[in-house]
Design a protein around this ligand. Structure first.
Ligand SMILES: Cc1cc2nc3c(=O)[nH]c(=O)nc-3n(C[C@H](O)[C@H](O)[C@H](O)COP(=O)(O)O)c2cc1C
Length: 206
């Protein structure tokens, strides 16, 4: 088995939902930045639209990072939102870090109609998966969440511009302490072999 094969198969969704904050130092910023350094090598086909990337970075993604202290400090701020934050609060209480990964659409909110935007989303997804693999290699538990209230309602609190769209709220975890259940992803057990979703094309030889 090659190393990437092992890491890809070891990566798995883990969700920690404790009732109270977990003690511990969390991940250092240096550790998180090393993961992002790796993730930043994901492929991307198009530079983000100049009008959209005012900070000058050409990548179609942006990352908004919270360390453990930031995750805990965010919890009471979410209480003011009109929509209930639900399990996000429990996860913030557990997380060693949270990375909010957004992408920058070309055209307002009508982004689904554009090929360019499809490629921006694909590239950002590749970046997130690379991040998850890098975390897995380091033994850091992880979870790609759609984000719940973090996906929109909390943008103001988080200082994220409305021109960005959240693709993933990436929770990075400590080891689950005794008594805290580590929940798996719902579809984990339904994964099928490539033969179920792959077709060899037989091109007639002319
Ligand atoms: C784009 C994306 C969004 C996801 N959002 C959620 C989510 O909001 N809640 C959740 O429980 N799992 C979410 N997941 C994780 C999936 O449930 C998980 O990947 C799936 O069950 C397969 O499990 P595995 O990651 O362990 O292979 C998301 C995964 C992706 C790729």
């Amino acid at each position: 088995m090659g190393q990437i094969d092992d890491i890809a198969k070891t990566r798995r969704t883990v969700k920690l939902l404790p009732d109270q904050s977990l003690a511990g130092p969390g991940l250092s910023r240096e550790t998180v930045e090393a993961l992002l350094e790796t993730a930043g090598f994901a492929p991307f086909h198009r530079a983000c639209a100049p009008a959209r990337c005012g900070d000058g970075a050409v990548e179609p993604w942006r990352v908004h990072a919270l360390d453990k202290a930031g995750c805990v400090a965010l919890i009471p701020r979410l209480g003011d939102l009109p929509k209930t934050p639900g399990k996000i609060v429990n996860m913030l209480a557990a997380a060693d870090a949270l990375l909010l990964v957004t992408w920058l659409p070309e055209e307002g909110r009508e982004w689904s109609a554009s090929d360019l935007n499809m490629e921006h989303i694909a590239a950002t997804g590749a970046m997130i998966q690379t991040l998850l693999l890098a975390a897995t290699e380091q033994g850091i538990g992880n979870y790609w969440s759609s984000g719940g209230v973090l996906a929109r309602e909390a943008f103001d609190v988080l200082g994220i511009g409305t021109e960005e769209v959240l693709l993933g709220a990436i929770f990075l975890w400590p080891d689950a302490p005794d008594g805290v259940e580590a929940k798996p992803g719902k579809l984990r057990g339904q994964r099928s072999a490539p033969a179920h979703w792959t077709r060899w094309i037989e091109v007639p030889v002319s």
